[in-house]
Design a protein around this ligand. Structure first.
Ligand code: SAM
Ligand code: SF4
Length: 346
């Protein structure tokens, strides 16, 4: 949707909050900075054949900084850079450095979601640039299984990257996210729980969603968070930790106080009613839900010279159309999203 408001007679007021038509106030923005990736996780990308965005379609650093600043003026409190794999974009620390001043303008966290492959070299520069939090994706602690799921033999590099992060205490918490798949994850549940106790990582299990580019998702491949919880709780008791109502994860601490585990259960326990998230794709489209069919273009208007208040109106209009919920559990009412996960920005 490309149309944007005309100059004449419009009042250039930028609202301080973004509230959707169901009364949900938006607080969190995921910005994808590239659709490219150095891994090919089976639940996300095809082995080959995905067409990359042309460079001139991807938002420039100046455009990202402008859009981020506008969203913070409109009440966004958390920004997370993602992709594709954000660390494959050149100059990531410089981008973080440009975004960091927003932490003095109302932003409360500036974070990154990464597959961890380049963290050994990047953790220091990212800390110096002012990154405040990080999520590292890690689906297996066994080399061969890691290779199978990511289609890359790189477990060692990711573990080294995590170790490097531990040397940079300004980036906290370190969250380790594992996509849980039936027939793949069960025998890693306790090893992951042990990791959460051995290291200061919050380990979180994410249910597999129908966002894989190959379109192979099947309901019976979803390993529900509740099942994993029960496996861990039977091994060592867990006690709930209270979290912000808009949080996507259910969080638990081991009863002896050592180690934290989270469950992100979008399939078995949808959290749409408290969803406060918006996304910007690498090519500058607003998406109001992972499962959106429609997008709202910011790049075109920006490049046509739109003023901030005009972009703000587009953002408000998009938020006004934010979906009530996803329909994964509604049989034929479910339609796959218009793009797959790496093209959206998870
Ligand atoms: N490349 C980075 C990474 O892997 O962390 C950032 C982008 S990735 C799309 C963001 C998150 O989405 C990762 O934690 C990944 O595991 C998750 N993800 C990708 N496809 C998924 C799917 N089909 N279901 C659930 N989570 C998925
Ligand atoms: Fe790449 Fe992340 Fe998708 Fe894996 S989950 S293919 S690392 S974008």
């Amino acid at each position: 949707m490309v149309d944007y408001p005309p100059m004449a007679l419009a009042t250039p007021v930028i609202p301080a909050h973004l509230v959707d038509s169901y009364g949900r106030q938006m607080g969190d923005l995921r910005i994808s900075i590239t659709d490219r990736c150095n891994f090919r996780c089976v639940y996300c990308m095809p082995e080959e054949g995905l067409r990359w965005l042309k460079n001139d379609k991807v938002l420039t650093v100046d455009e990202i900084v402008r859009v981020a600043g506008l969203f913070v003026k409109m009440g966004i409190r958390g920004i997370r850079l993602t992709g594709g794999e954000p660390t494959v974009r050149a100059g990531l620390p410089d981008l973080i450095r440009r975004l960091n001043p927003l932490l003095d303008e109302g932003l409360q966290s500036l974070s990154l979601t990464t597959n961890g492959f380049r963290l050994k070299e990047l953790a220091g520069p990212l800390a110096d640039a002012g990154l405040t939090r990080i999520n590292v994706s890690l689906d297996s602690l066994v080399r061969d299984k890691f290779h199978r799921i990511t289609r890359r033999d790189c477990l060692h590099q990711v573990l080294e990257g995590l170790e490097e992060l531990e040397r940079h205490p300004t980036i906290r918490p370190i969250k380790v996210n594992a996509v849980a798949m039936r027939g793949f994850t069960e025998d890693e549940v306790i090893p992951f729980a042990e990791l959460a106790r051995r290291k200061q990582y919050v380990v979180r299990f994410i249910e597999f969603m129908p966002l894989d580019a190959d379109g192979n998702w099947q309901r019976d491949q979803v390993l529900a968070g509740r099942e994993i919880y029960e496996m861990i709780h039977a091994w060592k008791p867990l006690a709930p930790v209270s979290v912000d109502p808009s949080s996507t994860s259910r969080v638990y601490r081991f009863a002896d106080g050592i180690g934290e585990i989270g469950f992100i259960n979008p399939v078995s326990e949808p959290f749409c009613s408290t969803c406060d998230r918006l996304r910007i794709t690498a090519d500058g489209q607003i998406r109001t839900c992972l499962f959106s069919i429609d997008e709202w273009d910011l790049r075109g208007p920006m490049r046509d010279g739109a003023e901030d208040w005009q972009l703000a109106e587009i953002i408000q209009r998009a938020v006004g159309h934010k979906e009530l919920k996803h329909h994964i559990n509604e049989g034929p009412a479910f339609h796959r999203a218009s793009r797959s996960m790496s093209q959206i920005g998870g």
